[in-house]
Design a protein around this ligand. Structure first.
Ligand code: 4NP
Length: 163
């Protein structure tokens, strides 16, 4: 199972999602079954590491963000990944536009749909925000990543049951 997290610039929300999800993959011993990557709708920050403010606040919460920004590769990413998860409604609209066919469109999800403790409908863009906005991003991503792990492991058990 390969998961791609997508936000606008791939320097704040989706690298944080990748860092948090990788942490959970190891914690749950799923490294042979699940992997993830992240990408941006725009290529403006291509080659850059995560935004320093995001990196600092994530590290304070126990996550080291190491990914390097890259744009979504519309055909290849939609082939390579099983789920493509956007952070807000604009990401979803852009991904839907980029998806090459119906099978690709069916892989698109919104991150907050996996939250079980928060009712927020988006992971808001923190780029011009304050520390509390970055903290909210981490709160929402932790909730969604936990939910995503549960969804995947339930699906895996279901697959094993039906053989
Ligand atoms: P992200 O935040 O989508 O969470 O990575 C942003 C980073 C950069 C820009 C926008 C959003 N930007 O316009 O450069």
């Amino acid at each position: 199972m390969k998961i791609l997290f997508v936000c606008l610039g791939n320097i704040c929300r989706s690298p944080a999602a990748e860092g948090i999800f990788n942490h959970l993959i190891l914690e749950h011993g799923l490294e042979k079954l699940v992997s993830c990557d992240s990408a941006g709708i725009i290529g403006y920050h291509e080659g850059e590491g995560a935004y320093p403010k995001m990196k600092k606040i994530a590290l304070r919460r126990g996550y080291e963000l190491t990914s390097i920004s890259r744009p979504v590769r519309s055909k290849r990413d939609f082939e390579e990944f099983d789920l493509i998860i956007g952070m807000d409604d604009q990401n979803i609209a852009d991904l839907t536009r980029m998806a090459p066919d119906a099978k690709a469109k069916a892989k698109i999800r919104k991150m907050t749909d996996f939250c079980t403790n928060h009712t927020n409908r988006t992971v808001p863009d923190p780029y011009y925000g304050e520390t509390k906005d970055y903290e909210l991003v981490i709160d929402l991503l932790e909730d969604a990543c936990e939910g995503l792990i549960k969804t995947i492991t339930n699906y895996k058990n279901y697959e094993l049951r039906i053989g």
